[in-house]
Design a protein around this ligand. Structure first.
Ligand SMILES: [Zn+2]
Length: 265
């Protein structure tokens, strides 16, 4: 399957049935953009030939991250979230190869994959297959954006504990299916850019579109905060290397929402 198309701008791999070479539907949406040189595609083989490789390294203060170097498309990194019943890969990246898979196995392999939102689908079905057709949890509200189906498990509702101590929360920011993962043992939220850790890493923010700077609606943010309120967490891991609120994250989230909402009077 190394020849399936991967969008160069968002990094999402398409199945043959969903592919239209003229347009990446995810990039055509107002939350993304088509590359300035027009719609371009690559493949896993193309990325490998161009010298990209997977990296697994610590993401302090307590997780391992998975990324691609040189960065591809949006450049996010995923997280290996450990616990009883095996590791969860939270979010995904556009690339993997045998060395990347071996590096993840050194940390115990993967039992499940869960994704925050469509921009981070990456090559999620390739990752599922590489670890034994493990489930890929995507919130059902985002079903229209799944462009390669494989072992995708669409889930409904507000929360779902997919493995002990790893609970998905459908915060609905950025995308209706926008999902964060609560890691109980680490007292942390993994948020991708559902709550995005900003350059001042004591704070987060909330956007409907990041590249096009379209703010998220106040009612959506208020609902999201009420959903995470019952969970204890001291750290927020955003979607890129180093984008981490290392401590005091629950108070930082509340203060960030208050600051954001105060600008929208
Ligand atoms: Zn795209």
């Amino acid at each position: 399957m190394t020849e399936l198309p991967i969008c160069r701008t968002c990094g999402v791999q398409y199945g043959a049935a969903s592919f239209d070479a003229r347009t990446c539907a995810i990039c055509a949406d107002e939350r993304q953009y088509t590359g300035w040189d027009g719609q371009r595609w690559t493949t896993l083989a193309g990325l490998s030939a161009a010298g990209h490789h997977g990296v697994v390294r610590p993401e302090p203060p307590g997780l391992w991250g998975v990324g691609v170097e040189p960065a591809v498309a949006i450049g996010q990194r995923a997280l290996i979230v450990p616990g009883e019943g095996g590791n969860v890969l939270f979010d995904c990246v556009p690339y993997l190869d045998d060395r990347t898979v071996a590096a993840v196995h050194e940390h115990g392999g993967l039992a499940s994959i869960a994704i925050s939102h469509p921009h981070f689908y990456g090559a999620m079905i390739e990752w599922s297959r590489a670890f034994g057709d493990i489930p890929v949890y995507v919130h059902a509200a985002d079903r229209q954006w799944v462009k390669r189906h494989g072992n995708v498990r669409l889930w409904d509702g507000e929360t779902l504990e997919i493995l002990p101590g790893r609970t998905l929360i459908n915060c609905g920011v950025h995308f209706p299916g926008g999902t964060v993962l609560h890691w109980a043992a680490g007292s942390a939220l993994c948020t991708g850019d559902i709550f995005t850790v900003v350059m001042d890493r004591r704070w987060v923010s909330f956007m409907y579109s990041y590249p096009n700077l379209i703010p998220e609606r106040p009612s959506v943010i208020t609902r999201a905060l009420s959903l995470v309120e019952p969970f204890e967490f001291d750290t927020i891991y955003g979607g890129w290397w180093g984008r981490v609120v290392r401590s005091g994250a629950k108070a930082a989230l509340t203060a960030s929402a208050e600051r954001y909402l105060s600008r929208l009077d």
